[in-house]
Design a protein. Structure first.
Length: 328
């Protein structure tokens, strides 16, 4: 034992050792964060990142079955982290008008994660849902989590080349998948191609501030770089930019006049970022029973979560939601 510890009262010694261990872990987490990012190279790098996030179980232990932000109300109020995620799904259903569709409607969930939203859409609204993801690990987990009898199936598929016929769905739903798409126009085209005329589109996405409104500052450019390379994002669209992608799509509908409504839910979803970090402190057993590696993995994600909070809080990032009814 170092000599200095023997001169301290026992509690101070324990606190000192615990502090040193925590500082060491934080340092390792920071080094991992800086040296081993998850930059986007191709859709294969996205699949690989999500396979790993699924296999190590940490994300599911902390975030539950939803890999998206929560909705904390307008104005935002304290609510349970996981409840806020389920509430988000219901909010988007209402806002997009999906709740006007009859039971049995066919819904495609593009970039479905491990199926949290798809199961709510099937169970609470009676829809017949197909969820697709680029990650085989997520699809296997989504199937395992889905009770038999629920009208909800899953498949591995690339959102940029959907192996599905035209006009096949009454609604297309996609939450927080857009930032992984290297070609936003093609993403918009595929979403609209498989939607039937008269069908409902519901999109939620992490967007960047429109550079035409205010370009990024020097500091924002550095932060933006990290937000892209840490979580396999090739680029973020702006809300105005993705609305244009949808409206100008060659699959926008027969009259080619798709009217897209947008809103910014940054405020309603902002508490999610800090809650994501606090969840690890609230549920230490969930993390620690996965072993010491999980602790490091959790610490490794913390700087990105803080930077996301910073970016959304100052308006550099925006949580865009989009709704449209495909013209007949
Ligand atoms: C942030 S997660 C959101 C998951 C899910 N929508 C949810 O809300 O829980 C992003 C999802 O997009 C999927 N994704 C990313 N790129 C994709 C692609 N090219 N094709 C299909 N899915 C993709 C990922 O596999 C992941 O499931």
């Amino acid at each position: 034992m170092p000599a200095i510890l023997s001169t301290l009262p026992p509690l101070a010694g324990i606190l000192l050792v615990a502090g040193a261990v925590l500082a060491g872990l934080l340092l390792i987490g920071l080094l991992l964060w800086l040296r081993r990012d998850r930059a986007f190279h191709s859709t294969a790098s996205v699949a690989d990142a999500y396979d790993r996030w699924t296999d190590d179980q940490l994300l599911e232990r902390l975030w539950g079955e939803h890999v998206h932000l929560g909705h904390y109300g307008s104005p935002p109020r304290h609510r349970d982290f996981r409840q806020a995620k389920a509430d988000f799904v219901h909010e988007l259903v209402r806002w997009s008008g999906l709740d006007q569709l009859p039971r049995g409607s066919r819904v495609l969930d593009v970039g479905c994660g491990i199926g949290g939203s798809a199961r709510i859409l099937a169970r609470d609204y009676g829809f017949d849902v197909l969820g697709i993801s680029i990650s085989p690990g997520q699809i296997a987990r989504a199937k395992a989590l889905t009770p038999s009898g629920l009208s909800c199936d899953f498949a591995v598929m690339d959102a940029l080349a959907l192996d599905l016929p035209d006009a096949n769905f009454d609604a297309v739903w996609t939450v927080e998948a857009g930032p992984h798409m290297p070609d936003k126009q093609r993403f918009a085209d595929e979403l609209l191609r498989v939607l039937r005329p008269g069908g409902v589109l519901a999109v939620a996405d992490w967007n960047r501030r429109d550079p035409a409104v205010k370009p990024l500052s020097w500091l924002e450019r550095r932060v933006m770089h990290q937000l892209l390379v840490q979580w396999a994002h090739p680029e973020f669209a702006s809300i105005a930019g993705f609305r244009r992608n949808l409206e100008q799509s060659r699959h926008a509908g027969a009259s080619q006049q798709l009217l897209v409504d947008t809103a910014d839910w940054s405020r309603e979803t902002l508490p999610s970022w800090i809650d994501s970090i606090l969840e690890g402190i609230r549920r230490p057993v969930a993390v620690l029973t996965l072993g010491p590696r999980a602790l490091l993995l959790g610490l490794r994600e913390t700087p990105t979560l803080l930077l996301m909070h910073w970016g959304f809080a100052r308006g550099m990032m925006q949580f865009g939601v989009f709704r449209a009814r495909k013209t007949l």
